[in-house]
Design a protein around this ligand. Sequence first.
Ligand code: AMP
Length: 630
Amino acid sequence: MSYAEFYRRSIEQPEAFWAEQARLIDWQYPPERICDDSRPPFTRWFMGGTTNLCHNAVDRHLKERGGQPALIHVSTETGSETVYTFAQLHREVQRTAAMLKALEVAKGDRVLIYMPMIPEAVFAMLACARIGAIHSVVFGGFASVSLASRIEDATPKAVVSADAGSRGGKVVPYKPLLDEAIRLSRHKPSAVLLADRGLAAMDMVAGRDHAWRALAEEHAQAEVPCEWLQATDISYTIYTSGTTGRPKGVQRDVGGYAVSLAASMKHIFQARAGETYFSTSDIGWVVGHSYIVYGPLIAGMATLLYEGLPVRPDAGIWWSLVEKYRVTAMFSAPTAVRVLKKQDPAYLKKHDLSSLRALFLAGEPLDEPTGRWITEALGVPVIDNYWQTESGWPILTIAGGVEPKATKFGSPGIPMYGYKVKILHESTGQELTGPNEKGVVVIEGPTPPGFMQTVWGDDERFVNTYWKSVPGRMVYSTFDWGIRDEGGYYYILGRTDDVINVAGHRLGTREIEESIASHPNVAEVAVVGVADALKGQVAMAFVVARDAAALDDPAARLRLEGEIMKRVDEQLGSVARPARVRFVTLLPKTRSGKLLRRAIQAVCEGRDPGDLTTIEDPTALQQIKDVASQ
Ligand code: AMP
């Protein structure tokens, strides 16, 4: 079947199409109804069906491939390497599920997971799925204030964490950050389960904190069957940044998510059971949820969980893992490829990469030179894919498992089955159908299986944020600019909102501004994303100091800059730290007091700031120009 036909069927006969895809997973009871779109924009999939993500990822493979690798963990930080077969993973997950139950975690309870890339993190996620608890994984690179806001919103019964992570050989203790986050949060979890890697000492809080090892021993042989869940039950929430300082909990279902992953593994990633999948993302991001943990395992593949840098011990580390574990599909981000591109290309040639069939890249725009370099270096298709935390799986790409259509440099591809993607005029809401007309990329409902159900605990926010931003039409806004060429290929041109993308990590400028503004000597601050050759974008902060006169002294300026960076590190984590902090005496605003972010960003990137008729004081922009290039 051609992809055009496959796609058409998904749009014109969605019920028949998705009923067929639903057969890719195991159900206790198959769904009675495929799609309920009676209350837009809330779409419900596979009603009446009961299933379980952990059953589909682990248990159902035991008979055929119990002895085959399921989870391969490699840490170049601690020098450890462990392979768990499906049978061993089954044992570990049951044990972890028993531990959570012993901590009184039950179906529907939230479990916040704040962990480095260690097997226990995967056991914890699968154990939650097994017993119907809702996991909320928070990226280990976030610090106490970020973590506290997520704890407060998710109100978890338990938190699963570890003594420490490690980055580039440097131990990053997690426990003090977690303790501080719990102290800051109004909600207090009743139990904390802590894996001890022997990297950092932990102060255990009596009655609340439990050591993983001791509890695991108590439940060593526990048998915990999978809880059959409604397809529409909640599997997890994952927090993502938007335009306000308050992160949104993207909420996902069970059945629709399982089906969307099984289908994407087949049609997009061309998965074959028994092979190895290697995604270099982190479990704290959506790619980690979908394509480190659930997707590959649902497809019966071994998944490689990697802790470490791409260039340590040397820039050949990933390729040596591809060779050693005969990886067939790899998933990474353009920034990582740009990092490798700066290294000696001999590293790529040193290893036998003949097992690799394709490299998938996502998370940020793939620039043409990077795309060309890696395509030539690997000699296999390099497939860009565009999606979001909200969608859970690719929106735009090439479905090579259906039809290996040509890719185009600079374009992530064409709409995936189930997605009605449109480009609309930003202010009129009119559909732009001509080639290369720039507008906002939107998705018409009903959204396909796997797509977010709502914002955790806040249906109104879900509707108002995502579905009401284009005048006169109820469509889902991606908040990305895009164009479509005459061949139907889309090109993504950056965000329409204040979200920035640093090395594929999505950050809200508002969160960073709030953190900086909490410094006693900061009167006002604007944070914008500025183009960066390596990371795609970096954050740049423009600060108006309370005591501006003191900053005439360069040493004082440097000190305040250092303090601001330290504050962001401590509160949000180093991922959010601005690359540069610059001081000005006023910020460019409209006469009504609105910050002119797009103009600031344009000036920093050496572009024309556009229409400035509403600016209150043009000298403010001149100041930005002067300090930006320093
Ligand atoms: P996240 O929710 O963290 O996955 O970030 C989603 C955002 O990253 C999108 O809205 C885009 O702005 C950007 N993005 C993700 N993948 C791509 C891609 N392949 N090409 C261009 N931008 C992308």
